[in-house]
Design a protein around this ligand. Structure first.
Ligand SMILES: O=C(O)CCC(=O)C(=O)O
Length: 247
């Protein structure tokens, strides 16, 4: 599923876009799961009051999505992800972090430039992110942007960024030159596979009615250490051992 050309591009530029090879019914099931989890959180929040409802409506993503959705727990082991793991992580791999990132029209905001490794420094540092378009992802509905080659800049300083009306809160990478940035528009079922050192961001959803749904599993070696705690970190779900799928 991953060509030699794509693997070479990963080495040179830190990313490529692949066809995920997912059955249409599976993409549909993932879409429905993302909507179900959102709906259930909203219903629960209604009992807690307006602030709780607003927090769910403004939520950027649902992390540890494998615990919220059995469909996602299986989806994270789809062949395209496991092949990327074997090629770019190694024979033994854990699901490190996975989130459902739904960006609805009107409420879907900008998510600032960052490297995924800039959020939690791990030892070893670099891992892979597989940003998966569950529905079409384009400039209008808030696709991701990347700076090809930026993993070679190494780990940049990240500073906290507060939530505003236009942007989600988070951490922003400190760098000067974004002239090489490109949007990564994807059809449903495509996957952008990139290094955790890739500078990326996503735009606002300015469309009239297009809900952008992304599922974002990340994969790392087992027994990694988070530098700020000296302890293990992340989802720590084995997906490959000795190159073979683990359930
Ligand atoms: O899905 C998005 O809008 C961006 C997600 C992202 O960049 C991340 O979670 O690191």
């Amino acid at each position: 599923m991953i060509s030699e050309g794509q693997a070479t591009q990963f080495g040179e530029l830190g990313y490529f876009v692949a066809e995920g090879g997912f059955a249409p019914a599976l993409l549909q099931a993932m879409s429905e799961e993302m909507d179900r989890v959102y709906r259930e959180h909203l219903e629960k929040a209604r009992a807690e009051g307006e602030a709780a409802v607003a927090a769910v409506r403004n939520r950027r993503s649902f992390s540890q999505f494998h615990l919220l959705s059995p469909v996602a727990a299986q989806f994270a082991r789809e062949p395209i992800f496991l092949e990327a793991c074997r090629r770019f992580v190694g024979p033994d791999v854990d699901l490190y972090y996975n989130q459902a990132a739904t960006k609805p029209p009107e409420r879907g905001k900008i998510f600032s430039w960052h490297q995924d490794s800039g959020y939690v420094y791990t030892e070893p540092l670099e891992y892979i992110t597989c940003w998966t378009a569950i529905t079409d992802s384009n400039l209008d509905n808030g696709c991701i942007w990347i700076i090809p080659g930026s993993p070679k800049w190494g780990l940049l300083e990240h500073l906290p960024e507060p939530e505003t009306a236009e942007r989600y809160g988070g951490k922003t990478a400190q760098f000067a030159d974004e002239s090489g940035a490109i949007p990564v528009e994807m059809r449903a079922g495509q996957v952008a596979i990139f290094s955790s050192l890739m500078l990326h961001k996503s735009g606002a959803n300015t469309s009239a009615a297009s809900i952008r749904r992304g599922y974002v599993p990340q994969y790392h070696v087992p027994h990694l250490i988070a530098k700020h705690t000296g302890q293990g970190w992340g989802d720590q779900v084995p997906v490959l051992r000795g190159g073979k799928r683990v359930d």
